[in-house]
Design a protein. Structure first.
Lengths: 612, 221
């Protein structure tokens, strides 16, 4: 792992798919055990006998998360990881101009900014709108890249106004010539068109019209070809129209675009026709099935490349003035161009590229997957970083930290204990001597406003290939409430006068590691001592099949990392809340709401690496 | 050089630039000051470092910012009119090891030339033998290797390491392999050069005033 020691991970039980987990919330049985599944957890009555969490199991990493990544659901009263929460969009905004786009307009704008925010087609950095003549009010404006010095003059485009650039760009083609906007204002849907529009002077957009557009003498239609974005829209509308007409005419024709539910009129119609046509006499004359056809006119999306398209590209490539290989586009530049947003993905040369509107980003809210309650909800305003609701796990579960106990006890090893803190000081790896016991201070800091009773348990020998011996000197203790600092100061004045800042005198062990007692206790934190005795990590000797060569198997990556799985169980009594959040709280077995909360989860502490 | 009681307008009077090298242990061998030919309108900041044996020539209106290093160990260094060298730039490098004594003048000295209106931004490095042509722009932390010719109005973007010559009106960016030719026709380059000139004049005034105040403060102390 590339982390610095010591680190803390929490296991979310959502990855465990056994039914036991779903039924019993308070008694989760993780899958990471070596015992066969035949030994059901029903046989285990107490938590102490359940299989411990193996951090070295290959599947363990999929359920381990840093505490900062976890959320807490008040309804389910359980931790939620990113996998057991659902995200939904709260707002859409542009990262450049911070302007919020309403959700209804996002799709029509192609998920991109509709104003003046563009990305350079060459280097993909942000473009700025500048006046050609400097800081004046009149005169043409251009898009300018400060990084690669590209300007829209390179593709021959200038703008009359500095605002609403996207709409202006939609009407200008590369080179400065006007072009049809890619988003036509009129919908091509025939059913909504007036009959007056079927006059021959209007462009025809459907196969059901009688008069095709006038054909030139060479056989090609007279209409001008559309740009890629408009062509995409026209072709999409054409195919949609074709599918609709063929499906309506022939009920038995399998339609790909129609939905598979039985509620649409076309599918109902089709099913009824199946039954109705089979039993009639004389049999109805079946209508001639109308076949789908391809696009025939440029207005429908047809593009016939000019005969000299290939040669003209070659000529341009070989000419030194406008072409040359230096002026060809790269793959990444072409991938950056998307047709629906006004780009040209078929651009061969850099002067065919177009600036791309900046993509929008979203603010997302998180919901619990089980009960659908909101866990995290940011404010919709793009410039605001606050949250309306923020139920993070660290506000409920105690923060766990580990630090070495500097050698004062006789059991602490000399060299290992002094080397560990010095390694931590300089950011190096923590190396533990095998066979030498080391003592560590496990500190739990409470964030709740209520006192919490904590029970921690760990297997005497760490699961996995190497069983390091771990002993917790005080497995059950209480952590004080995260009360106001002044309360503690006032309380200490009225009580003993010997209270030092941050520590309640007499309630800790005064800094001595003793079994059954906490090491130190503060206002809202408690620390206990954990003793670790690593075993040696041996390189195993592997004999090959013919037993002629003896190979030394190297220790696998991270096999020497000493990780301690700890089962943490919290019990606290939730105080009265003014907002009436307890109204919907579940009742206990007697049917009386007593505000008792409990939570249990596995924590993995990464201590260090064992010396080989 | 006689010290002048009036406000110094050029570097040829007080104060003198600091001699290499300030960094390194205290047992460093002090170096000699290279011969300087500084135009009266040029500003060589007192806190800039100069080092070497060959001549360093500064043209009109050149501005050398504090902590820039001008090295003429490998050969003479010429900076022509209107150029601006920002902080922590190294021109004429690589910088010789401060623990070692200064090497003798090379038998085949290489010329390092920075042409007119060149802007070397912070921490850029130009090695000896390079030639930066007119109005080129070198962004921060770019490295121009020995013998490289950077063309006119060319931009080398931040962090690029250039080991081969680049033609005029080019932008070198990314990993150095990506480049494009600027049209050179209607181009905001004129605006950029105008802005560079205004910035250079105001900065030169600020630095001169700051240097004068520092000198007066030292004298009083």
């Amino acid at each position: 792992m590339g982390l610095t020691f010591p680190y803390t991970y929490i296991s979310c039980p959502c990855s465990d798919g056994s039914k036991e987990i779903e039924e019993s919330r308070l008694r989760p049985a993780p899958l990471f055990h070596k015992k066969p599944l035949a030994e059901e957890p029903e046989e285990v009555e107490e938590e102490k006998e359940e299989a411990p969490f193996d951090p070295h199991h290959p599947r363990a990493s999929f359920s381990l998360f840093p505490p900062e990544h976890l959320l807490y659901c008040e309804e389910c009263r359980d931790l939620k990881c990113p996998r057991c929460s659902i995200e939904e969009q709260v707002s859409y905004f542009c990262t450049s101009c911070l302007f919020e786009t309403p959700a209804s307009a996002v799709r029509s704008e192609g998920n991109r900014c509709a104003r003046n925010c563009f990305n350079c087609p060459i280097c993909f950095s942000q473009l700025s709108v500048n006046n050609i003549n400097g800081a004046v009010k009149e005169g043409p404006w251009i898009l300018n890249c400060y990084y690669c010095m590209w300007t829209s003059l390179d593709i021959g485009i200038r703008f009359d106004r500095p605002t609403n650039i996207r709409a202006q760009l939609d009407r200008i083609a590369n080179g400065g010539t006007p072009k049809a906007p890619s988003k036509p204002t009129e919908t091509p849907d025939l059913a909504r068109r007036s009959s007056y529009l079927n006059h021959e002077s209007y462009p025809q957009l459907s196969a059901t019209t009688n008069e095709p557009p006038p054909i030139q003498q060479d056989g090609s239609p007279k209409e001008a070809p559309l740009d890629p974005a408009a062509r995409f829209t026209a072709l999409k509308a054409f195919y949609k129209n074709q599918l609709t007409t063929t499906t309506a005419a022939n009920p038995t024709h399998p339609s790909i675009s129609s939905d598979f539910s039985y509620s649409s009129p076309s599918s109902l119609n089709r099913i009824l026709n199946l039954y109705s046509t089979s039993g009639t006499f004389p049999p109805k004359k079946k209508p001639k099935p109308q076949l789908m056809r391809e696009a025939l006119y440029p207005s429908e999306g047809l593009l016939i490349p000019s005969p000299d398209a290939a040669t003209s590209a070659q000529t341009k490539l070989l000419s030194s003035a406008t072409g040359g290989f230096i002026n060809t586009t790269t793959l990444s530049q072409r991938h950056f161009q998307t047709g629906p947003a006004g780009g040209n993905p078929d651009a061969r040369f850099v002067d065919e590229l177009r600036p791309m509107p900046a993509p929008l980003t979203t603010k997302r809210a998180k919901r619990c997957k089980e009960c659908r309650h909101i866990l995290v909800k940011p404010e919709a305003k793009p410039t605001s970083t606050r949250h309306r609701i923020k139920l993070v796990a660290l506000s409920y579960i105690p923060h766990v930290s580990l630090r070495p106990l500097l050698g004062t006890s006789a059991a602490g090893g000399g060299a290992s204990t002094s080397s560990a803190p010095s390694a931590l000081l300089y950011g190096g790896d923590v190396i533990l001597e095998p066979g030498k016991p080391t003592q560590w201070i496990l500190k739990l800091t409470n964030s709740l406003f209520d006192a919490v009773r904590v029970s921690i348990a760990t297997p005497a020998v760490t699961p996995g290939k190497y069983g390091h011996r771990v002993t917790i000197l005080c497995p059950q203790f209480e952590i004080g409430a995260n009360s106001d600092v002044w309360e503690e100061a006032l309380g200490s004045k009225s009580g003993d006068a010997a209270g030092s800042a941050g520590k309640i005198s007499g309630s800790g062990n005064g800094g001595v590691a003793e079994a059954g007692k906490v090491y130190e206790k503060g206002r809202n934190w408690t620390s206990v001592v954990v003793e670790v005795v690593p075993v040696s990590i041996a390189q195993s000797i592997v004999e090959t099949a013919d037993k002629e060569e003896i190979q030394v198997r190297e220790v696998d990556e991270d096999e020497d990392v000493l990780e301690i799985p700890i089962r943490v169980r919290l019990d606290w009594k939730q105080g009265d809340l003014d907002d009436g959040a307890n109204k919907k709280a579940r009742l206990n077995e007697e049917g009386v709401e007593d505000g008792v909360r409990e939570l249990a989860y596995w924590v993995v502490l990464g201590v260090g690496r064992v010396k080989k | 050089m006689a010290s002048s009681a009036s406000l110094p307008t050029s570097f040829s009077k007080d104060p003198q630039p600091r001699v290499e090298p300030p960094a390194g242990p205290s047992n460093v061998v002090p170096t000699t000051r290279p011969p300087l030919e500084v135009h009266p309108t040029a500003h060589l900041d007192p806190q800039a470092y100069i080092q070497g044996t060959s001549t360093i020539t500064l043209g009109a209106n050149v501005v050398i910012h504090p902590r820039a290093r001008l090295v003429s160990v490998h050969g003479p260094l010429t900076i022509r009119a209107g150029s601006v060298i920002l902080e922590r730039c190294v021109v004429g490098g690589p910088v010789p090891d401060p623990k070692e004594p200064l090497p003798p003048p090379p038998e085949a000295p290489v010329n390092t030339v920075v042409a007119q209106n060149v802007l070397l931004q912070a921490s850029a490095e130009v090695q000896a033998g390079a030639f930066l042509d007119e109005a080129c722009l070198i962004e921060p932390r770019a490295v121009i290797k020995k013998g490289v010719h950077i063309g006119k109005h060319t931009k080398v973007c931040a962090g690029c390491v250039v080991d081969r010559s680049v033609r005029d009106w080019t932008v070198l960016w990314g990993d150095g392999q990506t480049r494009r030719l600027r049209t050179g026709a209607i181009d905001p380059e004129d605006g950029r050069l105008k802005a560079l000139e205004i910035d250079r004049e105001s900065t030169a005034g600020l630095l001169t005033t700051a240097a004068a105040k520092a000198t007066l403060g030292k004298r009083r102390a």
